[in-house]
Design a protein around this ligand. Sequence first.
Ligand SMILES: C[S@@+](CC[C@H](N)C(=O)[O-])C[C@H]1O[C@@H](n2cnc3c(N)ncnc32)[C@H](O)[C@@H]1O
Length: 215
Amino acid sequence: MNEIKSGSLDAIITDPPYNISRDNNFKTMGRAGIDFGEWDKDFDLTSWIKCCNPLLKKGGNIVIFNDWKNMTLITDALEDNGFEVKDLIRWKKTNAMPRNRDRRFITDYEVAVWAVKKGGKWTFNRLSDTYEIPEILGGLTPKSEKINGGHPTQKPVYVMKWLLERLTNENDLVLDPFMGSGSTGVACKELNREFIGIELDEKYFNIAKERMSNS
Ligand SMILES: C[S@@+](CC[C@H](N)C(=O)[O-])C[C@H]1O[C@@H](n2cnc3c(N)ncnc32)[C@H](O)[C@@H]1O
């Protein structure tokens, strides 16, 4: 991120680690307990946020997905670093799998917080005749989007497009500093947005590159 020019980004849209993975061997309803990989353990959920403000234009949008239990940490960090928190956006999954249906509710949604860098006019494209409900409705990532094994927490492209259509404009420059398999980048390419993606794991980085060159 240090190599990105100050004030050059229109938006940051990202899905960083949630820190929800646990080492375990038990199985629930025949499915392994959650362990997406080492990248999802002991991740520092907030220090990276201070690097974001200088890179964005005034009024630039930032959207951060995470576990709902981490959201106040993230909103506090945004407010401490020159952002105004606007809304919570939910992705409601229409085909989520129950994990222990006789003991708890199904987890059929994820959330993302939307905030704006203070001091400028932000982009908000109302696409509905009435008002925008902050809900993205649809299925889990289809197999057709998972090349070379895909990513264990890969976001569907339609989710990233929903955000881009409302919170960015054509030719805007968008950063995803935790791009995984590159769903944000694919969505940017399909909607004519410029994209910078960063990913620590070479395997996912290569998947992202291949997906973007095929889109
Ligand atoms: C939740 S996943 C993103 C998945 C992505 N949205 C997709 O659709 O494939 C978070 C990613 O952040 C990466 N990551 C973790 N720490 C990082 C860091 N310091 N810099 C860059 N990437 C990092 C992990 O390797 C992981 O692929």
